[in-house]
Design a protein around this ligand. Sequence first.
Ligand SMILES: Cc1ncc(COP(=O)(O)O)c(C=O)c1O
Length: 428
Amino acid sequence: MQSPFEPTLLFAQQKDREDELHSFRSRFFIPSVPTAPTSFAAPRDSIYFCGNSLGLQPRQAADFIRQELEDWQQLAIGGYLHARNPWLTYAQPLRQPLARMLGCLESEVTVMNALTVNLHLLLLTFYRPQSRYKILMEAGAFPSDQYAAETQVRWHGYDPDDAIIEIAPREGEKTLREEDILQSIDQHKDQLALVLFGGINYYTGQLFDIAAITTAAHKAGALAGFDLAHVTGNVPLQLHDWNVDFAVWCSYKYLNGGPGAVGSAYLHERHAGNKDMIRLGGWWGNEESTRFRMEKGFIPKPNAEGWAMSTAQVFNMVCLKASLALFEEAGIDRLRTKILLLTSYLHFLLQTLDNIRFHIITPAEPHRRGAQLSLYFEEHGKEIHRQMTDAGIIVDYREPGVIRVAPAPLYNSFEEVFRFYHILRQFQ
Ligand SMILES: Cc1ncc(COP(=O)(O)O)c(C=O)c1O
């Protein structure tokens, strides 16, 4: 079959003209390629394909911060009730846009803390080992998730070598087969307490079938939780309808919330609304009507916010608020459509390169990936990464041997994908 793509600049520029989301690029700061202090060359935009690590700054973020600084100057403590975005409820308007992306109810989302902290807090609720005590994960999960699982099982007195089951790709393969995941869940059904997976694996870029994994976990009598760091703002989900028990994510990748921005968590309504669920409490998770009575006795809110603990961290949420406004305008479905086109174009171009040797280890089927393609170099990966950096391309390198390339649909273009390929074509 003839490819719908062409390896030319004119083709890429035409695709940009057809792209309904192209104008969003101008609403972000694009980092320039560093020039030597003695250079008179005009600054030029880098090719930033690193939104899977740290998203770019929305231009309106500074105004959003300035507003909170002004309200703090003018109102001080009064800002909790009278700021233009009252700080007492600052997190609440962030929940609906996130719920739309993740396909869940607003009441199932809470914006708080950071990803690993939230993972631990939810494991305290959802990992309560008794006769079932094993956690099944993908081998090579993000290290923080591995450390969280390892230290949780130890906390409960188990040996991680026994209590954590890792599913690895088959010999000679780099990604997991869905049937192997489902089969492994079934195989361990007598002892399985929890299936804990990344939604997209950070290294391979493989998007897992969250619905199928959740169904299989439930059939095996276990719960299903996901780290959606690489999914949120990238792939639309249906967490509620898929019956996913819980999930956590960060806001500094595709969500453009800024370095170390606030994290979030999802708990299915059947858990979030259950006041008897075991958790660690703090006053921000307490019913608002009684929070300021300063009385004994924790009464959790009847939703995911019942897991919040501390005062809303306004300045850690403000850039996320600025960015979510852009997501609302663009719409996650249009973003997904663009991602599929951008990555398919990138995939097509990369396959025509024969001057450098690598394998694309991210699944070739578009429905099994998000915005990231992982290029695996058996040799010289670091050296190629250095050459890319010198050429003004910002991507990251992850041991062993992988360069991750992630065009983000809000600010990357087809022309950049073409230029990336064009630069690589000249490498020796
Ligand atoms: C998949 C994944 N999980 C967890 C983390 C760690 O998140 P945090 O440092 O916000 O706890 C990251 C960080 O990049 C990640 O990529």
